[in-house]
Design a protein. Structure first.
Length: 258
């Protein structure tokens, strides 16, 4: 008897063991977001929604090209800046916690013979590079890749003022992906101030920004010019770029990158 495949065999949240059992998966994608205020008009889950939807969109394209990839459940736990982490229900998650979560996922995949993991990160406060470097000795036959989607060159070209946090880019994306969760008319202007010290302004020295001191509405970036159309263009650009990357990664063995 041939069993009908679930229509979305690349989204773990929505698929079942019957489907998974029939497939030979070669890669996992881990969307990683945060839970934090995003001005007055976007949901706390903004980063998590973006990571998940971008992962699913890219996996859908890659799947059609024969890349057997699975989008894992999104992790909604980010590392927060001072001034943001004091706000109610902002869920600060220490790097040491993130490391344990990632390690457990890698250990599961390792047992199951899936040796490629790509993290799709949405949150500027998350920095997985050091963790991945640290894991190279423990998981030396793995490909572990990190995509900070907001750093992909070209993704901000669809906007007048992309912004940094709850600005035009993020607002447009959520308007496109989840219009029911956006109330732009309630948005603050996302105005922010920078450091007063030149060395910090110029990036000679880095220190985390105190969110409560730089912004009065938690936003950094003006959302007023956001539209769903801009969000759609950006989203489609991102998922195609990432799908191309997934196809490339799947095409070689993890130890054959050079
Ligand atoms: Zn965000």
């Amino acid at each position: 008897m041939t069993k009908k495949l679930s229509s979305l065999p690349y989204i773990l949240d929505q698929t079942n063991w019957g489907t998974v059992k029939q497939e030979k998966y070669e890669m996992a994608i881990l969307p990683w977001g945060a839970t934090e205020p995003h001005n007055y008009h976007l949901p706390y889950a903004t980063d998590t929604i973006q990571a998940k939807e971008i992962a699913v969109g890219a996996a859908a394209i890659a799947w059609q090209d024969g890349v057997k990839t699975m989008v894992l459940p999104a992790i909604p736990l980010g590392l927060q800046n001072p001034g943001q982490l004091d706000l109610p229900f902002c869920l600060n998650t220490r790097l040491s916690t993130q490391k344990v979560i990632l390690e457990d996922i890698l250990m599961s995949l390792q047992k199951q013979g899936i040796k490629r993991l790509v993290i799709i990160n949405s949150h500027g406060g998350n920095d997985f590079k050091s963790l991945v470097r640290d894991f190279q000795t423990q998981f030396n036959d793995f490909f572990i890749g990190v995509i900070d989607w907001f750093k992909i060159v070209g993704c901000d070209e669809f906007f007048d003022e992309p912004g940094d946090h709850a600005g035009e880019m993020e607002t447009s994306l959520i308007q496109y992906l989840h219009p029911d969760l956006v109330t732009v008319e309630e948005a603050g202007d996302g105005r922010s101030i920078g450091f007063k010290l030149n060395s910090l302004k110029k990036g000679v020295v880095w220190t985390p920004r105190n969110w409560a001191k730089i912004s009065s509405d938690t936003g950094v970036g003006n959302p007023k010019m956001a539209t769903s159309e801009k969000g759609e263009k950006c989203f489609k650009f991102l998922i195609q770029s990432i799908a191309n990357a997934l196809r490339e990664i799947a095409s070689v063995n993890p130890d054959d990158l050079y």
